[in-house]
Design a protein around this ligand. Structure first.
Ligand SMILES: [Zn+2]
Length: 340
């Protein structure tokens, strides 16, 4: 899977890397890396894109990476997330099939490479907008990569994962030579929320408490009643929780509750990964987070060490979720660290 560019480098494990990756050029997935939503990632090149009209001019667009959303207004198009550089031109092409209006805005839900990798393409014609921390983390990625990747390359070598070694090494080379001003970070940022008015639609952009990262935003189209959750929602997929980028398991509960309090029960919901869902989908994901925290709390209260907890912890109800094998224990470990 792709590359690890704006991925704050700071990932805990090889499986974490696979999600927080980015791409200037795509590379094939290192063998054995999980895909957060296999149903999106394993499509053949011809049918990689799927566009779902959700009413009121809002569409979900699935390609490879974090799900894209776009809104066709009377004068312009607004896009949410840009996946990877190599497929960004294809995203633009899909949007052009729906509307010939100019693409004027790109919102980034957070800084991970599978959501901002295509920014380089969009910056040529669109204003890129995101939370302050998205810009900060994208601009600090060369420093972070140079600090963290040499050790990660060593452990990938030890594990015999040649593809990972190659991908990480390429990233490190990029980090050593890139000029900061070349990084296609958002040029307009906000600290808590923002509204964009297009025709009779009001687009609400809300920064949430630290959950997936500390720069997460969700976007709500008031009239269309469509919500784009970014990676604050993985639908029937085990999340990657990027604690090194300020994410938090407990924070997920706070973030999800904030959203649930704001949007109506009949809203349609685009997750960062997984299929389009509804408010019940958010509640099911919230239950997963609550269950992980609960398991960690019980173990800690019983005096179990983290090591012993991670040896036995299992939540069979979520076994069918994508990425259970690869990311569940990482979620459980983070939860153990956070509970008292
Ligand atoms: Zn992400």
């Amino acid at each position: 899977m792709r590359r690890i560019r704006f991925a704050t480098a700071l990932v805990l494990s090889m499986s974490a890397i696979a999600i927080s990756v980015s791409a200037r050029q795509a590379t094939p997935a290192p063998k054995g890396t999980p895909s957060p939503a296999a149903e999106h990632h394993e499509r053949s090149p011809q049918d990689i894109f799927k566009v779902y009209p959700l009413g009121g001019g809002v569409h979900a667009l699935f390609g490879r990476g974090g799900n894209v959303g776009f809104f066709v207004g009377p004068d312009a198009v607004l896009v949410i997330d840009s996946e990877f550089k190599d497929i960004a031109p294809g995203i633009v092409e899909q949007i052009k099939k729906v509307s010939d209006k100019p693409i004027k805005f790109l919102l980034n839900t957070h800084h991970h490479g599978d959501h901002v990798g295509g920014n380089e393409v969009f910056k040529q014609f669109a204003m890129i907008v995101a939370h302050d921390n998205v810009r900060k983390r994208m601009l600090s990625s060369p420093t972070d990569i140079q600090r963290d990747y040499p050790a990660m390359i060593e452990s990938a070598k030890k594990a015999g994962n040649e593809q990972m070694v190659k991908a990480l090494t390429e990233q490190l080379e990029w980090a050593r030579k890139v000029r900061i001003e070349e990084i296609p970070a958002p040029i307009m940022t906000y600290d808590s929320e923002l509204r964009i008015y297009m025709g009779d639609e009001t687009i609400q952009v809300w920064h949430l408490p630290p959950a997936h990262t500390d720069g997460d935003s969700v976007i709500y189209f008031e009239k269309a009643k469509v919500l784009h959750m970014g990676d604050d929602l993985f639908n029937k997929v085990i999340p990657f929780i990027d604690v090194k980028s300020g994410g938090s398991v407990k924070g997920y509960l706070a973030a999800l509750d904030k959203v649930l309090a704001k949007v109506p029960a009949d809203a349609k919901v685009i997750p960062g990964h997984g299929e389009v869902t509804d408010i019940a989908g958010i509640k099911a994901f919230r239950q997963y987070i609550a269950d992980v925290l609960d398991a960690a709390q019980k173990a800690k209260s019983a005096g179990k060490s983290k090591e012993d907890f991670l040896k036995d912890v299992d939540l069979p109800a979520y076994k069918d979720y994508g990425g259970y094998k690869d990311r569940f224990k990482a979620n459980a470990g983070s939860a153990y660290d956070e509970v008292r």
